[in-house]
Design a binder for this molecule. Structure first.
Ligand SMILES: Cc1cc2nc3c(=O)[nH]c(=O)nc-3n(C[C@H](O)[C@H](O)[C@H](O)COP(=O)(O)OP(=O)(O)OC[C@H]3O[C@@H](n4cnc5c(N)ncnc54)[C@H](O)[C@@H]3O)c2cc1C
Length: 615
């Protein structure tokens, strides 16, 4: 193999991933005069962001004028069980409204209030109706808008092109080796900075709402390049995935169903969420059906129904019902919107859900209750970055969106991902612009590094015999589902880690049949490295954190433990090549932010009223 035969493309910055985060980052870079390449492994517009249904959270205050960034910030910190990076959560809550209005200026058409403003709906953990939406197809509108805007900024797009590994000149970023998915040809991007926006890694589990693209590539690539992963134990199991039929088990049932009034019932017709209200949320949650009904009909003094508690709470409650033998026939709970809303309203507000159940499960949700259960949905952890610039510990390497850690702490509120993508995507873009202004000269490409990347990809094709990539993936999914699932123990996790290490051995001898062109088996085999890094990081961090907080539930260490609130867990590649996990002390919170997050809701609402009068 001669590395000189591989085409080299030069840019100032490469953005890897064309979901909301990558597109917003690329727009920022391009607007600031950088030559920007946007690389994605599927077609432009097909990223995970397009699947987003319920909406984007921002304290616009259109549906309830009591809303304010401080209340959004407080909700986010409490939802994240105070493990969020304080500064990131602050930036997120403060900048989200501006980012949504900017989208509107760029052409996004959101649903409107009667008076013509962007409409906002209720979602779990948000004090007020806060999610700007387009029916239940919000992601499509967002990605279409960003895509149109981005293309006109002069961004160069490389579609169906998989990033394999990063290249460095000494300690700083100098480029990336990638491959075209159709021809299997390699390509080298030579650049000064790289922004990872590759999303999460849900495909490590058997039951997931995630698509084929979510194989943790950003985590794997960052880790191999010497960046740190943080708080990977916090993997969100969305409470409502489809449980039947088996072929689509895990497909998401948007939280918007509960936001529009949907209720959860067990096989004994009991609305069991009333028995599962945690102390932290009891003052803000309705404790009678009568109060919940008043809330649904718009009574501002009524408290929110318990179905809209945070996702970790609802997912565990459903699991508890199933374990107690009170589940639905296929191992979930019933979600009923039919008895709560008129058929025409359901079809108008939840068109995708109506269609999804009709086509995939032959069920009419305007007449019958759905069967739902937890599904692996989202990574709160990810690549560790600086809050303001989104840069990692590797100079020139940035991360944003679901790929990065920090905004959401131990549990993400619905709608807060889409706002995170826009806020942090923009920050990552300006971070890269500032970084590039400070460096002298173009970092050099290192041929030997590039050769190594190409060789490890081609070895998979060139071996005479080896392990089947699909079987390794299946074994990994089974293991993660059973051992690193919604409920964890030291024993389960230790067995899980042992299993993952054994799968690493299989991966080192993986073999894909066929040639390099149009070879899905080869692509699957290549993605296994990243799936294994991701899985090992989640399992090791989960074993280390000896408490239950947010989405991380240890039945051998129940409840939140104050001492663990002081720590983040950092995973990185050690000099011996193995993964190290260590707990590091978190920075002390800014006193003003801590004050806001810990005020009672009544006190904060009074303060916000006062602030608004002063404005
Ligand atoms: C069904 C569903 C509904 C959701 N609904 C909501 C909602 O209503 N509100 C909300 O806030 N959140 C929602 N979420 C979560 C949210 O959609 C995601 O967290 C978010 O879209 C992630 O955006 P991103 O830009 O980080 O990554 P993505 O949108 O997934 O984009 C990742 C990009 O990286 C590319 N990529 C990955 N690996 C490579 C590689 N090796 N080489 C090249 N390219 C690569 C992919 O091709 C893709 O372009 C939902 C998620 C799902 C699955």
């Amino acid at each position: 193999m001669d590395i000189a035969d591989i085409k080299v493309i030069e840019h100032d910055v490469i953005v890897l991933g064309a979901g909301g985060a990558g597109l917003r980052a690329a727009i920022e870079c391009s607007m600031n005069g950088l030559s920007t390449g946007l690389v994605c492994k599927s077609l432009l517009g097909k990223a995970h962001t397009v699947m987003a249904e319920g909406g984007i959270a921002a304290s616009l205050g259109n549906a309830d004028d009591r809303d304010h960034w401080k209340i959004h910030f407080r909700d986010t910190m409490r939802g994240g069980k105070f493990l969020n990076n304080w500064r990131m959560a602050e930036l997120h809550a403060k900048h989200a409204p501006e980012r949504v209005r900017e989208l509107e200026e760029w052409g996004a058409v959101f649903d409107r209030t009667k008076t013509g403003f962007i409409n906002q709906r209720n979602f779990g953990g948000h004090r007020y109706p806060r999610l700007a939406h387009v029916g239940d197809r919000t992601g499509l509108e967002i990605i279409r808008t960003l895509q149109d805007h981005g293309i006109h900024q002069g961004i160069d797009v490389y579609m169906e092109c998989t990033g394999l590994d990063l290249l460095k000149d000494d300690d700083r970023i100098s480029g990336m080796v990638a491959m075209w998915r159709d021809s299997g040809e390699f390509i080298i991007f030579h650049c000064k900075a790289i922004i990872l926006a590759t999303g999460g890694g849900g495909k490590a589990w058997k039951i997931t709402s995630n698509s084929w693209e979510y194989t943790g590539d950003g985590y794997g690539m960052a880790y191999e390049a010497g960046a740190e992963l943080m708080d990977m134990e916090f993997t969100q199991f969305h409470p409502t995935g489809m449980v039947w039929p088996p072929s689509i088990r895990g497909a998401l049932v948007t939280e918007a169903v509960r936001g529009e009034g949907g209720i959860l019932i067990n096989s004994e017709k009991n609305q069991f969420m009333y028995d599962n209200i945690p102390d932290r949320f009891s003052a803000e949650t309705a404790d009678t059906k009568e109060e919940a009904a008043r809330w649904l009909s718009g009574d501002k003094d009524a408290r929110r129904p318990p179905e809209l508690l945070t996702r970790d709470v609802v997912a565990r409650a459903i699991r508890k019902e199933v374990e107690a033998g009170r589940g639905s026939p296929h191992g979930g709970a019933f979600l009923d919107i039919a008895s709560r809303r008129r058929p025409e309203d359901i079809k108008r507000k939840l068109p995708s859900m109506y269609h999804q159940f009709k086509v995939l499960a032959e069920l009419d949700i305007t007449k019958n209750a759905m069967e739902v259960g937890p599904t692996l949905h989202y990574f709160m952890g990810g690549v560790r970055v600086d809050a303001d610039s989104q840069m990692t510990n590797v100079p020139g390497l940035f991360a944003c969106g679901e790929c990065a850690a920090g905004v959401h702490g131990a549990n993400r509120l619905g709608g807060n991902s889409l706002s995170d993508l826009l806020v942090c995507g923009k920050l990552a873009g300006s971070g890269a612009v500032n970084y590039i202004q400070t460096i002298s000269g173009r970092p050099k490409l290192n041929d030997d590094q590039a050769k190594k990347v190409v060789r490890s990809a081609t070895n998979i094709l060139n071996r005479d015999h080896g392990e089947n990539p699909y079987l390794i993936h299946e074994d990994l999914q089974e293991l993660m589902q059973n051992n690193v699932g919604i409920v964890r123990t030291d024993e389960l996790l230790s067995e899980g880690i042992k299993g993952i290490l054994a799968l690493w051995d299989n991966f080192n001898n993986v073999k894909a049949d066929g040639a390099s062109q149009f070879n899905p088996g080869w692509h699957q085999a290549i993605s296994l490295r990243n799936l294994l890094v991701t899985s090992e990081a989640v399992a090791r961090a989960a074993r280390m954190r000896e408490e239950s907080r947010g989405a991380h539930s240890r039945i051998d260490f129940e409840g939140e433990r104050d001492e663990w609130l002081q720590y983040n867990i950092i995973l990185k590649k050690s000099s011996s090549g193995t993964m190290s996990a260590e707990k590091i002390l978190r920075d002390k919170p800014d006193p003003e932010l801590e004050r806001i997050a810990k005020l009672s809701i009544e006190e904060l609402e009074a303060e916000v009223r006062h602030d608004k009068l002063q404005d």
